[in-house]
Ligand binder design. Sequence first.
Ligand code: SF4
Ligand code: SF4
Ligand code: SF4
Length: 169
Amino acid sequence: MLQHNCTLCIHRNPVIHDELAGDLVPEQTGVDRYADVRAVEAMTPEQRWKYFEDLIAPCVRCYACRNACPLCYCPTCFVDESRPQWVGKGQEPSDVRTFHFLRAFHCAGRCTDCGACERSCPVGINMRMFTKKLEKDCLDLFGWEAGLTLDVRPPLDVYRPGDPNDFIK
Ligand code: SF4
Ligand code: SF4
Ligand code: SF4
C-alpha cells in the first residue's frame, strides 16, 4: 500500500538530480493535497487544540522523527542543547508541544512531505499534520514549493520589505 504522502505526491519524478536511475513515470494530476489540513483549519480553536493534543499524546520524545528527517542535520539540535535549554527534556505536555511546534517551524519552507518522519515514529503519530500546514501556507502565501530549485532561498529564509503581511495579526 502506498504511503499517504505518496498518494498525494505531484513530483514523482525527481525534479533535481545528477543521474536519473529509471524511466520517467506519469505524474499525478488533480490531487487534493491539503484536504486534511483544510479540515483542521475549519475547526474551532478548541477543537483544533484537542486535535493536536490527541495527535501528540502518545509521543515518547524518542526523536526518531527528527533523526529521520533529511532537513534535521544541525550539529546540536535545540532539544539537545542545555546552555541555553530551550525546552524541557521530559514528558511535560508543554515541552512535548514545544518540541513539535519548533521542529515543524524549523522545517517550514523546506519540508517536501517526504514522510520519513511519520514512517519512523514508533507510536504512529502523523506529525506531518504540522509540517503540511506550513507547506500549504508557503504555497498559499508565497507560491512556494520546497525542493524544486537550488537557486532560490525558501520564504522563511529571506526578507523583502514588500512581502505580504496581511496574515500577521
Ligand atoms: S516530511 Fe518534512 S519534516 Fe518529515 S521527514 Fe520529510 S522533510 Fe522532514
Ligand atoms: S529540529 Fe530544528 S534544531 Fe533540531 S535538527 Fe531539526 S532543524 Fe535542527
Ligand atoms: S518519532 Fe514519534 S514518538 Fe518519537 S519524538 Fe517523533 S513523534 Fe514523538
